[in-house]
Design a protein around this ligand. Structure first.
Ligand code: COA
Ligand code: AMP
Length: 631
C-alpha cells in the first residue's frame, strides 16, 4: 500500500486506523475506542485504556528477548567517554531509581523537573517518572535560573532531578548554582532534589533538601510499572510563545505511545534492533520523542550524544558516530550541517568513515534551506528528508513517509501531511486557499494521537493560542503553501517566535527583559537571517529621556541581562540604540519591515506607517552592525 492509500484509509476511518496502530502497544486495559470527542474542540485519544509508558519503552523488550540488546549508547566526545546500556540494565536502573523516588513520596500525577545534560541518566530519570506515572518536565540546560524558576512555579514539582554540571566546549555549565538560584527565586519549593554528581564537577549538596543520586537508591525496593489512564499526562514540556511566559505543552500518555511507535517505521524506516540517532538535546521535543521515547518504545538502540557537530573535536564527529555505532537513520537540525559545512566544505573528513549502514538523514526544527540539503546529499550520497513539526504535536505533521513509500523529494518542502493531519492553508477569514497560495497553516480538528490536548494549567491560553483564530482548526503559527501535488512549503512564523540554531525562542520574551533595563523606554527584538543559525535575534533600544550614558555600555548591559534572565541559548549578542521605532499610526511596531531591511529583501512601504523616515535610521543602525547590506 502506498502513501496515498494509507492516507485515504486514515481519512475514511480514523478510528479504525488508530486502533490498528494501537495494537503495537502493550496495554494493561485495551482502549475501547480511539477518539473521545465529548468535550470538543478539546479532544482526547484512548482515554479509557490503561497503560504504562516505561513498560512499553523498556520492560516489554526484556520480556520479549531483547534484554541483551543495547538500549542506549552514550557517546560523549566532550568527556572522551563511551558507554552502552542494555535493555535489561536499563530496566534495572530505572526500576531502582523509580523505587527510590517512590520511597521519597513520588507517585502518580506528581510533577518532577529534570535538569540534566546529555547523559543516559537524563533518560533514566524520564523513564523512572514514567514508571511511576509521575509527570516529568525536562528543562534545557542552556536556560538561566530565572527560566527554571518560572517552570518550577508553573508545574509545582515535588522533586527536581539534576546533574551537578553540564559541559559546553571550553566551559563547565554549573547546574547546581543555577538550580539553587532558581529554587530561591521560585515561590514553590520542591520537597527534595536528587543530584547526579559528575566527575567533572562535584556540587555541594544542600543539607535536608538534596540527596545524592546513588545514595538515595541504596537498599530501596525496585518499583514496578504503575498503570495510568490513556489520557494521563506523560510529561509537560515548556516551549516559547509570544510572551515571556512559556507554554506548558502536555503530552498525553497513550496517544504518545501509539503515534511515536507508528512514526519509527513509517517515517524513519527503522526496524526494532536498528540504531537510531537524533542529535538534539533531551531538553527539546526532538529529544523527548526521538532520543528517548520513540526509539525505545519501538525497540531500537538510541544514541545519546554529548557533543557538538563541530569542535568536539572536529567537523567529522557526526560521521564518526554514524560509522562507529552503525546508525541507520540520523536526525538533526539543518543548522548542525551548516556548521559542519562551514568547517569542512568539501566533506574531506567524511572519507575517513564508513557510512554504509546509514539509510537516510532527517532534518527538522527549522526551515531546511536548499543549499544545506543539497550539500548534505552530495557529500553523503544519502537521501535527506526534511520534516515539519512542533513541540505541540510531538511528531511529524508533514514528512516523507519513507517506511510506507519514499516520495519524490522536492527540495525546500517537508513533503506531505502524515496520516492524522488534515492540513489546510487558510486566508485571514479562515477560508481555504487554492494550491500555490500563501496562507496560515492550520490543521482541521481533531489533531491525531500524541499531540497536545491542552496546556498545563492553562486551558484558556490553549484555546486562545491555538483554537480561536480558525474555529474548528488548530493554528500552527506557521505560514506556508500547499502545491498542486499536496506538498507543503513552510515559509515563516506568523507570530513573534524565532528559530535560532533550531531552538525556538520568543522575541516577546526578550523584549520583556530589555524593557526591564532602567534606561530602556521602549524596545523591539527581531530575528534576522543568520548564515549559521538560520536566525539571530537583534534588539533595538529607545532610551528614556535624559539618559546620556554611552550607548555601547547600555547595549552591553542589555546583552548581559538577556543571558542572565533567559540564558546563553537565547544567543542574544546584538542590541543597538535608536531614537525611535517604526510604527503604524495606531502604534504597532513594524517588526516585519525591520526584518526585511536587515535581510536586504524588498518590502512595500505600509500605507499605515506613521513616519517612513524612521526606516532610514533603522537601516543605518543595522548597517553599523553588519546587516542591511545593499546590492
Ligand atoms: N547547556 C548550556 N549552555 C548551552 C547548551 C546547554 N545544553 N546548549 C547551548 N548552550 C550555549 C552555548 O554554549 C552557547 O553559549 P555561548 O554564548 O557562551 O557560546 C549558547 O548557548 C548558544 O548556543 P547555540 O545557539 O547552540 O550556538 P553554538 O555556537 O554553541 O553552536 C551549533 C552552534 C549550530 C553548532 C549548535 O547550535 C548545534 O549543534 N545545533 C544542533 C541543532 C540542535 O541540537 N537543535 C535542537 C533542536 S533539533
Ligand atoms: P519546536 O516547537 O521547537 O519544534 O519549533 C517548531 C517550529 O519550528 C515550527 O512551528 C516551525 O516554525 C519551525 N520548524 C520546525 N521544523 C521545520 C521545518 N522542517 N521546516 C520549516 N520550519 C520548521
Amino acid at each position: 500500500m502506498g502513501y496515498k492509500d494509507v492516507y485515504a484509509r486514515w481519512q475514511a476511518d480514523p478510528e479504525a486506523f488508530w486502533l490498528e496502530a494501537a495494537e503495537a502497544i502493550d496495554w494493561v486495559e485495551k482502549p475501547g475506542k480511539a477518539l473521545f470527542d465529548d468535550n470538543a474542540p478539546l479532544y482526547e485519544w484512548f482515554s479509557d485504556a490503561t497503560v504504562n509508558t516505561c513498560w512499553n519503552a523498556v520492560d516489554r523488550h526484556v520480556e520479549r528477548g531483547r534484554g541483551e540488546q543495547t538500549a542506549i549508547i552514550h557517546d560523549s566526545p566532550i568527556t572522551g567517554s563511551k558507554r552502552e546500556i542494555s535493555y535489561i540494565e536499563l530496566r534495572n536502573r530505572v526500576a531502582m531509581l523509580a523505587g527510590a523516588l517512590r520511597a521519597k513520596g513520588i507517585g502518580k500525577g506528581d510533577r518532577v523537573i529534570i535538569y540534566m545534560p546529555m547523559i543516559p541518566e537524563a533518560l533514566e530519570a524520564m523513564l523512572a517518572c514514567a514508571r511511576l506515572g509521575a509527570v516529568h518536565s525536562v528543562v534545557f540546560g542552556g536556560f538561566a535560573a530565572n527560566e527554571l524558576a518560572v517552570r518550577i512555579d508553573d508545574c509545582t514539582p515535588k522533586a527536581i532531578i539534576a546533574a551537578s554540571c553540564g559541559l559546553e566546549p571550553g566551559r563547565v555549565v554549573h547546574y547546581k548554582p543555577l538550580l539553587d538560584g532558581a529554587i530561591e527565586q521560585a515561590a514553590h519549593k520542591p520537597d527534595f532534589c536528587v543530584i547526579f554528581q559528575r566527575e567533572q564537577e562535584v556540587a555541594h549538596l544542600t543539607e535536608g533538601r538534596d540527596v545524592n543520586w546513588h545514595d538515595f537508591q541504596d537498599g530501596v525496593e525496585p518499583a514496578e510499572c504503575v498503570p495510568v489512564a490513556g489520557n494521563h499526562p506523560a510529561y509537560i514540556l515548556y516551549t516559547s510563545g509570544t510572551t515571556g511566559a512559556p507554554k506548558g505543552v502536555v503530552r498525553p500518555t497513550a496517544g504518545h505511545l501509539v503515534a511515536l511507535n507508528w512514526s519509527m517505521k513509517n517515517i524513519y524506516n527503522v526496524e526494532p534492533g536498528d540504531v537510531f540517532w537524533a542529535a538534539s538535546d533531551v531538553g527539546w521535543v526532538v529529544g523527548h520523542s526521538y532520543i528517548c521515547y520513540g526509539p525505545l518504545i519501538h525497540g531500537n538502540t538510541t544514541v545519546v550524544f554529548e557533543g557538538k557537530p563541530v569542535g568536539t573535536p572536529d567537523a567529522g564527529t557526526f560521521w564518526r558516530v554514524i560509522s562507529e555505532h552503525k546508525v541507520r537513520s540520523f536526525f538533526t537540525a539543518p543548522t548542525a550541517f551548516r556548521a559542519v559545512k562551514r568547517e569542512d566544505p568539501k566533506g574531506e573528513l567524511l572519507g575517513k568513515y564508513d557510512l554504509s549502514h546509514l539509510n537516510a538523514i532527517y532534518l527538522a526544527g527549522e526551515r531546511a534551506d536548499p543549499d544545506t540539503i543539497e550539500w548534505t546529499q552530495a557529500m553523503t550520497g544519502k537521501p535527506v528528508y526534511d520534516h515539519w513539526w512542533q513541540t505541540e504535536t510531538g511528531w511529524s505533521i508533514a514528512g516523507n513517509p519513507v517506511g510506507i513509500e519514499p516520495l519524490p523529494v522536492k527540495i525546500g518542502s517537508p513533503t506531505v501531511a502524515m496520516p492524522g493531519y488534515d492540513v489546510r492553508i487558510l486566508d485571514e477569514g479562515g477560508h481555504e486557499l487554492p494550491p500555490g497560495e500563501l496562507g496560515a497553516i492550520a490543521i482541521k480538528l481533531p489533531l491525531p494521537p500524541g499531540t497536545l490536548p491542552t496546556l498545563w494549567n492553562a486551558e484558556d491560553r490553549f484555546r486562545k493560542s491555538y483554537l480561536t483564530t480558525f474555529p474548528g482548526h488548530y493554528e500552527t503559527g506557521d505560514a506556508g503553501v500547499k502545491d498542486a501535488d499536496g506538498y507543503l512549503w513552510i515559509m515563516a512564523r506568523t507570530d513573534d517566535v524565532i528559530n535560532v540554531a533550531g531552538h525556538r525562542l520568543s522575541t516577546g520574551g526578550m523584549e520583556e527583559v530589555l524593557a526591564s533595563h532602567p534606561d530602556v523606554a521602549e524596545c523591539a527584538v527581531i530575528g534576522v537571517a543568520d548564515p549559521l543559525k538560520g536566525q539571530a535575534p537583534v534588539g533595538f533600544l529607545c532610551l528614556s529621556n535624559g539618559v546620556n550614558r554611552p550607548h555601547e555600555e547600555i547595549s552591553a548591559e542589555c546583552v548581559k541581562l538577556v543571558r542572565e534572565r533567559i540564558g546563553p541559548v537565547a544567543a542574544f549578542k546584538l542590541a543597538v540604540v535608536v531614537d525611535r521605532l517604526p510604527k503604524t499610526r495606531s502604534g504597532k511596531i513594524l517588526r516585519g519591515i525591520m526584518v526585511r531591511i536587515a535581510d536586504g529583501t524588498d518590502y512595500k512601504m505600509p500605507a499605515t506607517i506613521d513616519d517612513p523616515a524612521i526606516l532610514d535610521e533603522i537601516k543605518g543602525a543595522l548597517q553599523a552592525i553588519g546587516y542591511a547590506k545593499e546590492g
